[in-house]
Design a protein around this ligand. Structure first.
Ligand code: HEC
Length: 224
């Protein structure tokens, strides 16, 4: 009987402890988070961290389309894994901004109902994608025809999020600027649906490496 009791206790401990430490404690901590204010003197900036919520409507499209199958939104600290954060990691090689990114923290995901950390990294990490692009038409072009930007791309085109329609009168302001074999037939134009627009708003809102209050000055110095 004692053996049986020890067995049950050991079983409960070996499943219960990881459940407590890996699921319950982080979930409670995450739910209790609130934005942190910057200190104008120490941090050199005003406002709150994180400064802006992500676009929720677009995040739903991101979830539905399974983008997290190939893209992560999580830059690990260097001490945790062999392929952890290094300067310049997690950025597209072409549009690399001069400032390096930092590894992610819990508060970076504040306000998100689900944090899309991702399943595998087939494509680039998107945690800071919002910094890498300025032009929304270029993001639409990437989603509609990934190979119009990189001809080797293995990313699936998201044609179902766009409408190909007869261009009447002036071409729409929103029409994608596609050229060559990716362009629609003459007289036609490709315009984003509401879902595609929300998805792009979401991608542009991904800026998960704002300075952290209390550490802004140290981070700026480390970035030099
Ligand atoms: C089958 C895997 C796969 C899926 C699913 C996928 N992607 Fe990609 N994605 C890639 C690969 C590989 C690249 C890198 C090559 C390239 O730039 O096309 C990429 C590149 C990108 C880029 C450019 C990143 C950069 O730093 O320039 C964006 C933005 C992007 N994907 C968004 C999405 C979104 C949004 C979805 C979901 C609707 C999605 N991807 C689904 C594989 C995938």
């Amino acid at each position: 009987m004692t053996q049986f009791r020890t067995f049950i206790l050991a079983l409960t401990a070996s499943f219960g402890l990881p459940w407590l430490c890996l699921i319950v404690v982080p979930a409670v901590k995450y739910q209790a988070l609130s934005p942190l204010p910057y200190d104008k003197e120490a941090d050199g900036m005003d406002g709150y961290y994180p400064p802006a919520p992500i676009n929720r409507q677009g995040q739903l499209v991101y979830a539905r389309e399974g983008c997290a199958q190939c893209h992560t939104q999580m830059i690990r600290p260097p001490q945790i894994a062999l392929d952890g954060w290094r300067k310049g990691w997690g950025q597209d090689q072409e549009g690399r901004p001069p400032e390096p990114v930092r590894s992610n923290e819990l508060r970076d995901y504040h306000g998100e109902k689900f944090a899309f950390l991702g399943i595998q990294r087939s494509g680039p990490d998107l945690a800071n994608y919002g910094w890498r692009v300025a032009d929304r038409n270029a993001v639409h072009q990437k989603l509609f025809a990934p190979r119009s930007i990189h001809d080797w791309s293995t990313m699936p085109p998201l044609r179902h999020l766009y409408t190909v329609r007869l261009a009447q009168g002036q071409p729409s302001e929103k029409a994608l600027k596609l050229t060559g074999k990716h362009a629609p037939k003459p007289g036609y134009e490709v315009v984003p649906t509401e879902d595609a627009d929300a998805l792009v708003d979401y991608l542009l809102s991904l800026k998960k490496d704002y300075p952290i209050p209390g550490r802004a000055a140290a981070m700026a110095a480390a970035a030099k």
